[in-house]
Design a protein around this ligand. Structure first.
Ligand code: MFK
Length: 546
């Protein structure tokens, strides 16, 4: 037998993650860190086991059986092993419950768990995200009856009582323009609301409940006339007959996740609040699921980089390991710096969310959270695709071979930019956030994050770029078409400035621990440039599309 290449080995996702250790070391009191340790170690163990299992067995997909042998409609979905393990594992480690604990650090601690678990979960994190979002939206609604009914299930620490919630919004008319929703809510003779319509991208149809947008019968057109309803999907062990699963989607990635097309044929439903402004009511859910999206995107980046880094120590080319080849090492370090910025921004959103939810936030931090949530989602979504693609290339041809487990990383990463609002929809949402004090809150925050920073070049680059973004906003603020056309560039610019400032804060803390690596990440990240405002809109768009 000739030469055989060693496969990449996945280092322990928790023990080996210096960024996570640095974050927890800086942001958490020692006693809370100690209390969290056992869950993080266990989730890291699970992730390592799951990687070994995935790379030594054939991949499976969920299977929908619509009819039993005797002609009964059953709509039964067989799940993959990781999905079957999900309820036990996640309730046991409080993945959802921890986020709703009575402490401002609760969200950061929750998302540390999510970050470690996500890739191994085979996107079981998707329905978990929606369940977390549903719990958050129910709390915000103040609907006592529904809170008492559903929250103990959503936040259960016991798999036997655990329920998953879906988020049923997208219809054939569009995933972005939710105001065109066709599903109708009608009251029957007993006054019970029932939903009639078709939902076109129903991830987690295996759940026990969902929040669904529908138009009350007789209401007008558009977004404001939509209402938000709570539904349950099961009658004991049977799926309710008013919920039909038409088929599972055949997707580019996230193959283990059973995303379905469904019909609602009079499914009983309960309004969360007033019978209008459903999008406003579902917004707390959207902002939570967008936070999950960002954390899961950085989890994919972490996995891709860890494998590429390990492989670079095992693979020889031209007489030495790849890690000793200057250009390969440079490529890996560039990836690492971008990842560190994304990590800092995504986790800052979780810390802010915890403080805002617990009323311990500074005055500017609610507006800051509103701004950083779409920024983190849109930037990490795009970056995950870029870094996973680059990581595959670090393996040469092997990165293109299915049973290395690597192509799946890239396929799956593509979903982050689409789910929960595309990059452009999120860039437009960023304009909404900027309209309510977003820019001022970011200036206040960056000034705070830069206290103690001794990288004057980075501070000056951040300041100049934020000034340029402020001028851009002033110049174009009154011209909606120009503002929208430039929204993506503006969003990337603000995201990079926030990330650089957060890297500076982490670098200042790490220096006190004798760790110079975060400062190197900051230099490299700033070196890649912060300004993504791009060219002014000068009519060329129309010419190019003409
Ligand atoms: C593993 C990772 C886990 C991730 C979970 C995976 C789940 C995957 C399944 C899905 O992807 S489900 C589909 C997700 N769909 C979307 O995210 C919808 C995309 N479209 C948008 O985000 C639109 O911007 C939106 C429908 C929210 C609003 O568009 P409109 O029709 O132009 O509404 P409008 O009038 O601008 O906003 C209505 C209200 O909501 C306004 O408040 P008011 O009624 O008080 O005026 C807005 O300010 C408010 N609003 C909108 N977005 C908000 C928000 N409020 C707070 N936060 C937001 N993000």
């Amino acid at each position: 037998m000739g030469f055989l290449q060693d496969a990449p080995q996945l280092p322990h996702p928790y023990r080996s993650d210096r960024l996570l250790h640095g974050l927890l070391g800086r942001a958490l009191p020692a006693e809370r860190r100690a209390a969290l340790e056992a869950d993080l170690l266990a989730l890291g163990d699970y992730a390592q086991m799951a990687w070994a299992r995935a790379t030594s067995s054939s991949r499976r997909k969920p299977v929908l059986t619509q009819w039993d042998a005797w002609g009964r409609r059953v709509d039964r979905i067989e799940l993959t092993t990781a999905w079957q393990e999900g309820p036990q594992l996640t309730t046991g480690h409080g993945v959802l419950a921890a986020g709703h604990a009575d402490d401002p650090h609760a969200r950061l601690e929750q998302f540390a768990r999510v970050y470690l678990y996500h890739v191994a979960s085979e996107f079981y994190t998707c329905p978990l995200a929606m369940t977390d979002g549903a719990a958050t939206a129910l709390k915000a609604s103040g609907n006592r009856a529904l809170i008492e009914r559903a929250l103990p299930h959503y936040l259960s620490r016991d798999a036997a009582g655990f329920w998953l919630s879906g988020q049923w919004m997208t219809e054939n008319t569009g995933g972005s323009d939710v105001g065109r929703t066709e599903t109708v809510a009608k009251q029957d003779a007993q006054g019970q609301w029932r939903l009639y319509g078709r939902k076109w991208f129903s991830s987690a149809v295996v759940g026990e409940a969902a929040l669904a947008l529908a138009r009350p019968e007789g209401a007008g057109a558009g977004t404001a006339a939509l209402a938000l309803f709570y539904v349950e999907t099961m009658d004991g062990a049977q799926r309710k007959p008013e919920l039909r699963i038409d088929r599972l989607k055949d997707k580019l990635g996230t193959h283990e996740l059973p995303t379905a097309e469904i019909h609602l044929e009079g499914l009983p439903a309960w309004p969360l609040g007033e019978l209008a402004h459903g999008v406003r009511q579902v917004a707390p859910m959207l902002n939570v699921t967008r936070t999950w999206n960002a954390i899961c995107a950085i989890a994919s980046m972490a996995r891709a980089i860890a494998l590429a880094h390990d492989y670079a120590t095992r693979r020889q080319a031209f007489g030495r390991p790849l890690i000793e080849q200057p250009l390969h090492a440079r490529t890996l370090a560039d990836m690492q710096a971008e990842f560190e910025g994304a990590f800092a921004l995504a986790f800052e959103v979780t810390a802010l969310l915890g403080r805002v939810e617990h009323g311990t936030a500074a005055p500017h931090e609610a507006a800051l959270l509103r701004l950083l949530t779409p920024l983190a989602k849109l930037w990490t979504g795009k970056l995950a695709v870029k870094l996973c693609s680059e990581a595959l290339e670090c393996f040469g041809g092997a990165g293109y071979i299915e049973d290395t487990g690597l192509p799946q990383l890239l396929r799956d990463a593509q979903v982050y930019a689409i789910w929960e609002g595309t990059t452009n929809v999120l860039a437009l949402d960023n304009l909404r956030a900027l309209a309510s004090d977003g820019y001022a809150s970011l200036r206040t925050a960056t000034a705070e994050w830069l206290v103690g920073n001794d990288d004057l070049h980075a501070a000056s680059a951040i300041g100049h770029t934020l000034d340029a973004a402020g001028r851009w906003l002033e110049q174009h603020g009154g011209r909606r078409e120009v503002l929208e056309a430039g929204a993506r560039g503006l969003a990337f610019t603000l995201a990079r400035c926030a990330a650089a400032s957060l890297l500076a804060r982490q670098a200042a803390w790490a220096a006190t621990q004798g760790d110079a690596r975060p400062a190197a990440a900051l230099r490299r990240f700033v070196g890649h440039g912060l300004d993504r405002l791009g060219l002014p809109e000068d009519g060329d768009t129309a010419l190019l599309l003409g």
